[in-house]
Each structure stands twice: as structure tokens, then as C-alpha cells.
Design a protein around this ligand. Structure first.
Ligand SMILES: Cc1cc2nc3c(=O)[nH]c(=O)nc-3n(C[C@H](O)[C@H](O)[C@H](O)COP(=O)(O)O)c2cc1C
Length: 357
């Protein structure tokens, strides 16, 4: 018998009833068809992992301009909706719950991936330092982005509403806004990448507005209790720089307080001076999910000690589709192969077996 009773107990994440507190964290795996359509591989991969209380499906672009990576899925076209419908149906049939992470990459974009007719956009025309792997031309610098006009920012917010409508049509149980890792909501939030002087820029009240309005739009479709927000204050990935990361994130949580969204999905801060989990507990009244570097024992302890309601796991889920069963039966975990994290095909994706009992 497992001793992880807190982690394995049923409950509710926002308005979503879950069989346990084990959440599969979102992981970009780049297995979709070239046009972003989810396929049978993705259906099998997610269905294999349906014993998680909740799956947060990988960062998915709402519109072509928001795509970051080759073979990253979208939720824009009727083909995308049909592909994701097969995924959600398979997960539900296996008894699981699944929400979709909406990820607009903003300036983390390359025309070698999106095609030269698709713009790369951002709060300000400031190129992100760094390079991205492209299938057609190897490593490439990010595009110099075009600055969005105020009217265009409102359009991008509407695109988030439409993405949520499409996710609802595809049978998802909810949606999560990807507000970390240097993608568009973070580009608005951070003082370095947002040099605007309109209502979406300037001081921190202006810089939080884009994320607030995206969340409001997503909640208008699903109901607030089925909307989540992913955060990681202090994250510097993809050239993210902010003069006061803790202050910006606190301001964002204060600005969404009256929206009463279902959950906050908080990653551990990569710098010691920020206690992200404490910020989550103090500034958010909905369900708190915490993440980064947990095993089942530590996760169970964290829930017992009321540090959080649920814990999410990413890397364990790469190679342990039956992670929950392994917790219950105290079975060893399989290590994953780094080389196949982002490569096309089933190898290192949907071919990791369940544990032998
Ligand atoms: C292959 C891979 C892809 C990831 N893709 C995403 C993503 O699409 N969205 C996101 O918010 N986080 C993403 N992450 C971060 C994970 O969700 C998670 O926060 C991180 O791996 C730490 O959790 P862990 O220690 O349980 O692995 C990714 C991580 C990995 C390893």
C-alpha cells in the first residue's frame, strides 16, 4: 500500500473534479503534424497518461503568429479542433481530465518555422536574444518583432477568446494561460521587453493588463472556475528580464483576484530571493498547484503541510505513463531519453511501457 494518501486523494481543481492531486505538467513535445494538427501519436500519448488527476496539455498556439516551434500543435483551425477532440475523447474514456495550455509565443518566433507571410509580433520591436531550432534551416536567430498597435493588442486578446472557444469545442475541461518562459504574456509583463506607453505598458499596472484581459476572455468562454494561470517569477528563459519579477507577479495576482479563476499553477522560482509558492498562497485564493523537482514523497508532504492543494510533474511523465500506478504500488521510475524529447515519431514519446507488476 502506498503512503501517499494526500497526493492520491480525490478533490477539485477549480471546478474540475479530479481523481487525485497528481497533475501532469505541460510539456512541448513537437509531435503534431506540420500544420499543427494533433494526430494519433498525441492521442495515444495523452491517453496513456490519463490516470493523472489532471493533464495540462502542452503549450498550444492560438493563431499562426503565436507559433514558436516546428510541429507544435495549434488550436486555430477546424482540423486542429478535430485532432484535439480525438485526444480529449481518449483521455475522458480512460477516466482522466485534460485542460489545454494556450501559448502565444510573441517575439519567440522565426519565419523559418511560421513562413514569411506570418508576422512575428511583440509589445515592442525588441528582438529576443537567442536562437531556435528550425526543421528547414537549423539554428536561427529570433525574428525582429513588429510592435503591436493598441488595436492589434485587443485583437490578440480576442484571439485568446477564440482559442478558448475552440478548446471548448474540442472537449477540453478547461484552459491554462502560459504566462512564463518569455512568451507573449511575459513579454508584456516584463519591463525590459515592454517599452510601450499606451494602456498595455508603462508602469506595472499597465504591463499586467494583457494577461488580465486574456484571462478575462478565456473565463468568458469556460467560466472562471475552469481557467488556470501558469507563472514562474524570476524565470529568465528566452531573454526574460524584469526589474522587479516578484513585484510584477504579485501585481498580476492582485489584478486578477476578483476574476476568481480556478487555479494557479506556480513553478518554483529559480532564484532564492523569491518564494514563489508563498506568493501563491498569500495572493491567490483558488486552487494552488506547485511544480518543479518534486517526487511523490515530497509532493505528498507538501500537500499534507498545506503548502499546496496539488503538485504537477513533467519529466517523470515523459517515461512513466503509469506514474500514478507506480506511486500506488511503490514501483521504480524509468529514466527518459533526452535525445528524443522533441524529435518526430513514436520513439521516446508514446512507446514508453507501463511498469510490470
Ligand atoms: C520537454 C519539456 C517541455 C516543456 N514544455 C512546457 C510547456 O509547453 N509549457 C510550460 O508551461 N512548461 C513546459 N515545461 C516545464 C514543465 O512543465 C515543468 O515546469 C518543469 O519540467 C519542472 O517540472 P519537473 O521537475 O516535474 O520536470 C517543459 C519541460 C520539459 C522537460
Amino acid at each position: 500500500m502506498s503512503k501517499q494518501n494526500a497526493l492520491l486523494s480525490a478533490g477539485n481543481i477549480g471546478d474540475i473534479a479530479v481523481a487525485n492531486r497528481v497533475v501532469m505538467a505541460p510539456m512541448t513535445r513537437n509531435r503534431a503534424d506540420p500544420d499543427g494538427t494533433p494526430n494519433d501519436l498525441m492521442r495515444d500519448y495523452y491517453a496513456q497518461r490519463a490516470s493523472a488527476g489532471l493533464i495540462v496539455a502542452e503549450g498550444t498556439w492560438p493563431v499562426a503568429a503565436g507559433q514558436a516551434y516546428n510541429r507544435q500543435p495549434g488550436i486555430e483551425t477546424s482540423k486542429h479542433i478535430a485532432g484535439w477532440s480525438a485526444v480529449t475523447e481518449a483521455v475522458h474514456q480512460a477516466g482522466g481530465k485534460i485542460v489545454l495550455q494556450i501559448m502565444h509565443a510573441g517575439r519567440i518566433g522565426s519565419h523559418h518555422i511560421k513562413g514569411s507571410d506570418v508576422a512575428t509580433v511583440a509589445p515592442s520591436a525588441i528582438q529576443a536574444r537567442g536562437e531556435v531550432h528550425t526543421d528547414s534551416a537549423g539554428m536561427q536567430p529570433y525574428d525582429v518583432p513588429a510592435e503591436l498597435s493598441t488595436e492589434q493588442v485587443w485583437q490578440v486578446i480576442e484571439e485568446h477568446r477564440q482559442a478558448a472557444k475552440n478548446a471548448l469545442a474540442a472537449g477540453f475541461d478547461g484552459v491554462e494561460l502560459h504566462c512564463t518562459s518569455g512568451y507573449l504574456p511575459m513579454q508584456f509583463l516584463c519591463s525590459d521587453s515592454n517599452q510601450r506607453s499606451d494602456e498595455f505598458g508603462g508602469d506595472v499596472q499597465g504591463r499586467v493588463k494583457f494577461a488580465v484581459e486574456c484571462i478575462r476572455a478565456m473565463a468568458s468562454v469556460f467560466g472562471a472556475g475552469r481557467v488556470g494561470l501558469r507563472m514562474n517569477p524570476g524565470n529568465r528563459f528566452n531573454d526574460t528580464k524584469d526589474a522587479d519579477p516578484a513585484g510584477s507577479h504579485i501585481m498580476l495576482l492582485e489584478a486578477i483576484a476578483d476574476l476568481n479563476i480556478g487555479y494557479l499553477h506556480m513553478m518554483r522560482a529559480p532564484i532564492e530571493s523569491i518564494d514563489a509558492f508563498k506568493i501563491g498562497r498569500e495572493k491567490f485564493t483558488g486552487t494552488l498547484i506547485i511544480n518543479d523537482g518534486f517526487d511523490a514523497n515530497l509532493a505528498n508532504q507538501a500537500i499534507e503541510q498545506k503548502q499546496a492543494y496539488a503538485v504537477s510533474f513533467a519529466r517523470h511523465y515523459v517515461s512513466n505513463p503509469d506514474f500514478v500506478k507506480r506511486i500506488i504500488a511503490d514501483l521504480p521510475l524509468t529514466k527518459f531519453d533526452r535525445k528524443t524529447l522533441y524529435t518526430p515519431g513514436a520513439s521516446g514519446y508514446s512507446d514508453y511501457p507501463n511498469a510490470e507488476m
